[in-house]
Design a protein around this ligand. Structure first.
Ligand code: GAL
Length: 421
């Protein structure tokens, strides 16, 4: 009897102690939601978390990343958490319509003007980026990087061996598939539906040019035009030369086909650079830029930088607002961005990073970002809000099955009419 009550009291004491600890820690933690879990992604986030631990040693980082390229899985989970009134403190969000037309429109995030003022970020973030994260005079997110969507990656050894030169038109690209496929290789490596959308937006840009492409998103262009029909035709032709297991793989596995020499090309954002060149211990390929892999603008997009920017937001009703401000301070800091971007395969959103930290590919991205014409990505949140993009995605899903260009274009026209500007 006596012994039992001792045990009971001891248990109560331990429980109270644990609750005390949890309470103290709980107040000083920040839950951050992203989709950076795999090769080319987790290592970048880990590097910034390590820098965060140095700069803010009292704040515990709770990593709630959910696997799946382009956030397809993570964003579905996020949407249901927001719906249920259970937001993470901060989440990864793309500059542009994903922030303005989705999270701001739904009143899910807080303005960060004071933080921008306090940290002097308006002096070190590109002026062109600020309107894409602002509404009604309020700034809503902290950009951590600039990624380029329009990159054609290739395997230099395979092209050399087959005597194929890097194509500069889509016709040349399609013609190059002949010797590549005759040698038993895949011409264009691709993954699941979002990577097809990524390919489609690059082809639209290449065929319509920067003005024609941008016009599709600002309401001045015609989704029903003959130019769009031709671009969708090129997209359909390219799909004939992709791997048969595309629907079942994500971007890393598609990129790996190129890195391994099983495929000649893939068209993907420059997170692929992080995956190609990153440490094999972190599930990357450890290739040397320019030797193990090459890059070029996809046909028709030379001189145009199709961009996207990852940024972090402060949730309305964030459980830990102070710790979240610490995280956002880190995300916008020079040390945070210098730790993150060279590993992630992106360039700093800030304009004052040490350029010598970046590899040969990223050097070209930095140069192009400062000189090229800049347009926004569809797949990665810049040009269309979620409702419009989801409608496009539904039409694309059908098209990947039936390959009916006419029906696809009609679907895109209907989506623009219903949800476009
Ligand atoms: C993008 C994101 C990148 C990268 C990519 C692949 O949407 O902006 O940072 O993670 O998805 O997952």
């Amino acid at each position: 009897m006596v012994r039992k009550s001792y045990v009971f009291v001891a248990l109560l004491a331990i429980t109270a102690m644990l609750a005390g600890c949890a309470g103290a820690q709980g107040a000083n933690e920040v839950e951050v939601f992203s989709w950076w879990t795999g090769g080319g992604e987790a290592a970048g986030l880990d590097a910034m978390i390590a820098d965060f631990a140095t700069n803010f040693p009292d704040v515990t980082f709770i990593n709630s990343a959910i696997a799946g390229g382009a956030g397809t899985n993570a964003r579905a989970v996020l949407a249901s958490r927001l719906q249920a009134g259970d937001p993470p403190d901060s989440w990864q969000a793309h500059a542009g319509q994903e922030i303005i037309g989705t999270y701001v429109a739904a009143d899910q995030i807080e303005p960060l003007n004071d933080l921008f003022e306090q940290e002097g970020w308006l002096q070190v973030m590109p002026a062109t980026l600020i309107p894409l994260i602002s509404a009604d005079g309020n700034i809503y997110s902290v950009p951590v990087n600039i990624h380029r969507a329009n990159v054609m990656w290739y395997n230099p050894a395979l092209l050399d061996e087959l005597g194929v030169s890097v194509p500069t038109t889509w016709d040349e690209f399609l013609a190059s598939c002949e010797p590549i496929e005759a040698a038993g290789k895949i011409c264009l490596a691709m993954g699941t539906t979002w990577t097809a959308m990524h390919l489609m937006e690059v082809v639209l840009l290449g065929e319509l040019g920067a003005d024609g492409y941008s016009a599709l998103w600002d309401g001045s262009g015609d989704w029903g035009s003959a130019d769009v029909t031709a671009a969708l035709g090129t997209f359909a032709d390219l799909l004939q030369h992709t791997n048969t297991d595309a629907a079942g793989i994500d971007w890393q596995d598609a990129s790996k086909l190129v890195g391994n020499g099983d495929a000649a090309f893939t068209i993907m954002g420059d997170w692929t650079d992080g995956y190609f060149s990153g440490d094999p211990a972190g599930n990357n390929l450890g290739l040397v830029p320019g030797e193990g892999y090459g890059w070029a603008p996809p046909p028709g997009t030379d001189g145009v930088f199709q961009f996207l920017s990852d940024s972090f937001v402060l949730a309305k009703g964030a459980p830990h607002p102070d710790a979240t401000l610490a995280w956002l301070t880190e995300a916008g800091s020079k040390s945070g961005q210098e730790a993150f971007n060279p590993v992630k395969g992106s360039i700093c959103a800030r304009t004052d990073c040490d350029t010598s930290l970046f590899n040969a590919y990223l050097q070209t991205a930095m140069a192009d970002w400062s000189t090229d014409r800049v347009v926004g990505s569809l797949t990665h949140g810049v040009v269309a809000n979620d409702t419009w993009k989801n409608e496009i995605n539904t039409a694309l899903g059908l098209f990947l099955t039936d390959r009916d260009v006419t029906a696809f274009q009609a679907g895109l026209v209907a989506a623009a009419n219903a949800y476009g500007p």
